[in-house]
Design a protein around this ligand. Structure first.
Ligand SMILES: *Cc1c(COP(=O)(O)O)cnc(C)c1O
Length: 380
């Protein structure tokens, strides 16, 4: 066994306990890594909920002249982008915060609000960072599981919310399950939240259900109650801009944005990201096309998975969460050898589940063909 160097020992000794004990975020493998490891050429990336249509063509234009300005710092306040988001959402620009991905805003919220010992309540299975960032600050995290039907469990939430909490955070629709909290249930859930608590509603998949009659209009409903709140959205999913890292938050009050400004790095959104997001947000047609493709292809993929006898959670987002019937790490590993990247779930109780993104027609078909083969080979 190799001895641990004295530098490594010092790192371990000096590290904050909350940092060294953190679980690692499961970011999955890069296409490059899969190519090298399995010798496959064609990769279907179905693990990160990216948009198979990519970004709007307007983004390419917005980035074309960028090299000339590379030497100059970007706008630390992303003024133009915040104005565009204000126009898009009806929320004043002083109540808009931009993040290097919405994950960056989750980090800012935890830096600004969470003291060691504070309680944070979130959903299970969960988006990893809803749990990891609070724990990084020393929070105690309560996970509220979905029910048997893989939907929000309102009774379990009511129970969990009987004790004080500093922050309640969940995604709607949820990642990884895809289930959506309807308007009435949303109102009931937030009414059960302790008064002295920050509500964080992560709407990373907002665009995929904004047109559904039952999807709660959080920006209209949250101001009707007294708790502070913030709604998070992102350019990474329906806008196809995951590689450039832009997310935004819509806050109850300018005071919250001013607080987050104190804890964030001053130039957190680089020039390319600001320009690209501005162009992407203006192309409404591209978003509409992306959303239309997902709803069509998702229905077809869910039907195909159910034909294989698998339990598939209802989804309002650009992915499906299903029970593959075997330890999902094993099935996902076998799919990698076919050049197909999906996300096997690792949280206790969900280790037979796989989350698969809705990709291009070609990638979806390859996934289904390979899955059928892999499951047949796994059968005893
Ligand atoms: C993808 C995702 C995010 C992260 O989005 P970025 O803006 O790329 O950081 C945040 N929350 C949820 C629930 C997500 O699924």
């Amino acid at each position: 066994m190799q001895a641990i160097s004295s530098a490594a020992q010092a790192v371990r000794r000096l590290a904050r306990r909350q940092a060294s004990s953190l679980g690692a975020y499961n970011a999955g493998l890069s296409s490059e890594a899969v190519r090298n490891r399995y010798g496959v050429t064609e990769i279907a990336r179905l693990a990160s909920n990216e948009n198979p249509l990519g970004a709007s063509p307007l983004v390419q234009q917005a980035l074309s002249d960028l090299a000339r300005h590379s030497g100059v710092y970007p706008d630390p306040n992303s003024q133009a982008l915040r104005a565009e988001i204000a126009t898009l959402t009806g929320i004043p620009p002083q109540q808009v915060v931009i993040g290097n991905g919405s994950e960056n805003i989750l980090e800012m919220l935890c830096l600004a609000f969470i003291n060691p010992g504070d309680r944070v309540v979130t959903l299970l299975p969960s988006f990893g960072l809803h749990e990891i960032y609070p724990r990084m600050m020393g929070a105690e995290v309560t996970l509220v599981a979905v029910n048997q039907a893989l939907e929000f469990d309102l009774a379990a939430w009511r129970l969990a919310l009987q004790r004080p909490a500093k922050m309640v955070v969940f995604s709607n629709p949820s990642n990884p399950v895809g289930c959506m909290l309807g308007r009435d249930d949303f109102l009931q859930l937030i009414a059960a939240v302790p008064q002295d608590c920050l509500l964080v509603i992560d709407e990373a998949y907002y665009e995929y259900c904004a047109d559904q009659a039952d999807y709660p209009d959080s920006l209209a409903l949250l101001p009707l109650q007294a708790r502070p709140w913030i709604v998070l959205r992102t350019c990474s999913k329906a806008y196809g801009l995951a590689g450039l890292r832009v997310g935004y938050g819509l806050a109850c009050d300018a005071e919250l944005v001013a607080l987050l400004d104190r804890v964030r790095t001053p130039f957190n959104i680089n020039r390319a990201a600001q320009n690209a997001a501005l162009a992407a947000l203006r192309d409404r047609q591209h978003v509409a096309d992306s959303v239309a493709w997902v709803s069509e292809a998702r229905a077809a993929m869910a039907a195909a998975l159910r034909t294989l006898g698998l339990q598939v959670a209802p989804s309002s987002a650009n992915f499906l969460f299903f029970d593959c019937g075997y330890p999902s790490e094993r099935i996902a590993e076998a799919l990698l050898a076919h050049g197909i990247i999906v996300k096997p779930w690792r949280e206790a109780g969900y280790q037979r589940f796989i989350r698969v993104s809705i990709g291009s027609a070609v990638d979806n078909r390859r996934f289904l063909v390979s899955l059928r083969q892999v499951l047949a080979e796994a059968a005893p």
